[in-house]
Structure formats: structure tokens, C-alpha cells
Design a protein around this ligand. Structure first.
Ligand code: NIG
Ligand code: FE
Length: 410
């Protein structure tokens, strides 16, 4: 049995038996830290923790390894509930196009953007896609992410969507963190269906979803509900078909415009609504009547120079907020959640504690891992981050661009 003992931890963060599985409103300010602590991990499961003064000396003899954590903090790993980590190619050409004045939406209207990724995806074989993506996921884990959601959505055809989801399934078998898979065939209309939306929706409903169900390839069903992408009514058709196949809705909405997608997603029992750079009062009212979690993606706002989501509006209305990376080759090439932590503090006016809660417990909730991930409690298995020496945890988002992660244990 693998028994790892952390001793002399300067601060054991998000640790306790009464930590809620989701924190909303003012609760998001609370981040419990046990000072001068120990923690015993048995096969990745939290077995014991508490103040050093309570450490039973016998544990020292049975531990298979002891990590002296003097001057360091131990955190539950981050939970990244929204990524597009499987893709064929990066898109730095568009990055330069945007520097030269085009917007993300203009590039997409000219046939670039997601369609560029779809073309590259159709040309890569499954094994190569798997190897490249697995390498990427290993880097994501090294940066402190201990639970990861990955979407399809660069396939936009039966073969390629299934190829992406099979790759996600293979990645699951090769890493030690939980991975959730999301079917996002409704990410954009393929060129051939630009004028025939219903034609593509029919393919999603009658061909792709049944095959995903038969091969058990996904947990969630996603749609990019946005002007020039999927309308609310189109989203509804896809979500209903996904639900009938046992997939839980989790959607892209309100990135550039407010179409009413949030209330429709809530009505269809979505687990999360993601992006929300635009957010209206009706959206807040809809969320207040639901268990759906608002998820914001500050890396996307930063990279595309679009507004940051109004996180304070979510919190002041006593709602829970999750944050995620949105890691993808078009709008957010950054998977590092320490960077997202800084951006949330700097640009969305979240306190360091609020932002960490949004990246841990609330991120876990947004991917169906509440309880086991995002916090350190008896029996939880969140994966752990051992920090470099730090004075306090506020230094982490403050020292933006610097890595605070020394070791990640998953
Ligand atoms: O969440 N907004 C839609 N989808 C992705 C970006 C996709 C891309 O540009 O490749 C996002 O930002
Ligand atoms: Fe996304």
C-alpha cells in the first residue's frame, strides 16, 4: 500500500469535514486553512489530517514516503471543468490576424476559427491525435489540475467526432485523474451545412448521439449557443436528444450576445452554463431557480480581448461561480489554472479565496465530482499540490506568471 505522509505543512488549504460541496455568494470568501499541519494519503485517498500536535508518531513508521513540507502549502488539485484539450493543431496564424485587426468573430465568418481546427482534425489519424493529446494532458496535470473535462467539437462529422471521443476515452485509461467527456458536435456548422442547419442537426441527433450512446463515449452534451452558431431553438433540439441518450447538458452561452440560452439550458436541467461574458438580469433570475452553476472563463476574455464575465454580479446574487480554463487552440491556448487564478483576481475582482473556491469545490461540482474532488476531507481523493515555499496564499495570484507548484501528487 502506498502511504504518503506530509509533515510540517505551513498551511493545509481547503481542508475540513464541513466544507460544502458547492459554495455560493458570501460562502465563496471562506477558505479554511489548517496551519502547521500533517496529512496522510493512502493510495491517493485522504486518510488522516490535522494539526502537527495531533500526529500519531507511529504513522512515521508505516508511511512508505514522508514529505517534509516546511514553509509550504498543500492544496487540493484544481478542477478544470471546461476544456477542449484534444485538438490537432495550434492556430497562431489567427492570433496574428487578430493582432492585425480582425476579430475572432470576423475570422470565423470568413470560414476560419473552429472550421480550421475541424479541417486539421479530419486530416490527423487517431493514434497521432491520441499521442499528442496525451502529452498535453500530462502537462496539464503537472500544472496542478487534478480533474479534467474534455470536449469534442473539432470533428463536426460522425467519423471525426467519434475519433475525438475515442481519443478522450483512451486518455482516461492512461492518466490517474478523472476525465469527463463532453459531446460538442454542435460547436459550429460544417461548411456544407452553412445553409442547411437542420441537415447537420439531424446528423447529430440521428447518427452521432446514438453512436456516442452505444459506445458510452460521453458524459455531457454541449452546444455553442451564439449568434452565427446555434440558436436557442437549435440548441434545444440537440440537448433534448442528448438527454434522451443519458447525457447531461453543459453549454457554451452568452459569449458575445444574450439570446436567452441560459434560461433554456436551465429549463433543460443543465449542470453548468459556461462563458457568460454577457450576463443579463433575466439570466440571474433563471440561475437563482436552478442547481445549474455559472462558469466563467477569464482566459478566453484575456486572449480575445472581449469583456470579462461579471463575476461579482453572480456572487452578489448569492449564486455559486466556477472558473475554468477553456483551454483550446482558438480562444484560450492557456491551460494553467494558476494564471486563471491571477486573471480572476486582477480582472474580475475576485478575492484570492473566492477564485480558489471557484477553481476547486465549485469546479468539481461543475463536472459531477463534488465531494471527492476540490477539497481535502476524510475519504476524498482530490490529488494534491505541494507549493514552493510561500509566505501566504495571496502571493500566488499576486505573483502572476510565476509557478507556485513544486510537486503534484495524483
Ligand atoms: O469556448 N466559443 C466556442 N468554443 C471555444 C473556442 C473554440 C475555438 O475557437 O477553437 C470557446 O471559446
Ligand atoms: Fe469552450
Amino acid at each position: 500500500m502506498d502511504k504518503i505522509l506530509f509533515k510540517n505543512i505551513k498551511g493545509l488549504v481547503q481542508a475540513g469535514e464541513n466544507i460544502p460541496n458547492i459554495k455560493k455568494g458570501a460562502e465563496m470568501k471562506e477558505l479554511p486553512i489548517i496551519e502547521n499541519a500533517y496529512l496522510l494519503l493512502e493510495n491517493g485517498i485522504v486518510k488522516e489530517y490535522g494539526a502537527m500536535s495531533k500526529l500519531d508518531k507511529n504513522i512515521n513508521n508505516t508511511a512508505t514516503s514522508i514529505i517534509d513540507s516546511t514553509g509550504r502549502f498543500v492544496f487540493p488539485c484544481f478542477c478544470d471543468s471546461h476544456t477542449h484539450s484534444v485538438f490537432a493543431k495550434t492556430r497562431e496564424t489567427e492570433f496574428v490576424d487578430r493582432i492585425n485587426g480582425l476579430t475572432y468573430e470576423e475570422i470565423a465568418l470568413k470560414g476560419g476559427g473552429i472550421l480550421n481546427s475541424a479541417k486539421a482534425l479530419s486530416e490527423i489519424d487517431e493514434d497521432t491525435l491520441f499521442e499528442n493529446s496525451l502529452k498535453r494532458v500530462k502537462e496539464i496535470i503537472k500544472a496542478g489540475t487534478g480533474a479534467l473535462e474534455i470536449k469534442s467539437g473539432y470533428g463536426l462529422s460522425i467519423e471525426s467526432e467519434i475519433k475525438m471521443l475515442r481519443v478522450i476515452k483512451r486518455i482516461k485509461e492512461h492518466v490517474k485523474i478523472p476525465i469527463k467527456a463532453t459531446l460538442l458536435a454542435a460547436h459550429a456548422y460544417p461548411k456544407e451545412y452553412k445553409e442547411n442547419h437542420q441537415g447537420y442537426i439531424d446528423i447529430i441527433i440521428n447518427k452521432i448521439i446514438p453512436q456516442v450512446k452505444a459506445e458510452k463515449l460521453a458524459d455531457y452534451i454541449d452546444v455553442f449557443c451564439e449568434r452565427n452558431y446555434f440558436s436557442v431553438e437549435e440548441m434545444e433540439q440537440v440537448l433534448i436528444a442528448g438527454k434522451d441518450a443519458g447525457l447531461i447538458p453543459k453549454v457554451h452561452v452568452n459569449q458575445f450576445s444574450i439570446l436567452g440560452g441560459i434560461s433554456k439550458a436551465v429549463e433543460l436541467n443543465a449542470l453548468s452554463v459556461d462563458h457568460l461574458e454577457e450576463l443579463g438580469d433575466d439570466d440571474i433570475l433563471a440561475l437563482q431557480k436552478s442547481n445549474c452553476i455559472a462558469t466563467m472563463l477569464p482566459g478566453c476574455s484575456h486572449f480575445l480581448s472581449i469583456p470579462f464575465g461579471n463575476a461579482r454580479k453572480i456572487i452578489s446574487n448569492n449564486l455559486p461561480l466556477a472558473l475554468a480554463s477553456d483551454f483550446n487552440p482558438g480562444s484560450t491556448p492557456c491551460f494553467n489554472l494558476s494564471t486563471i487564478w491571477s486573471l480572476a483576481c486582477l480582472k474580475m475582482k475576485l478575492t484570492p479565496a473566492e477564485a480558489f473556491n471557484a477553481l476547486s469545490v465549485n469546479g468539481a461540482y461543475a463536472m459531477g465530482l463534488e465531494g471527492s474532488h476540490g477539497k481535502i476531507s476524510m475519504g476524498s481523493s482530490p490529488g494534491l499540490i505541494l507549493s514552493k515555499p510561500l509566505d501566504n496564499i495571496n502571493q500566488i495570484p499576486y505573483l502572476y506568471g510565476e509557478s507556485f507548484v513544486d510537486k503534484v501528487i495524483v
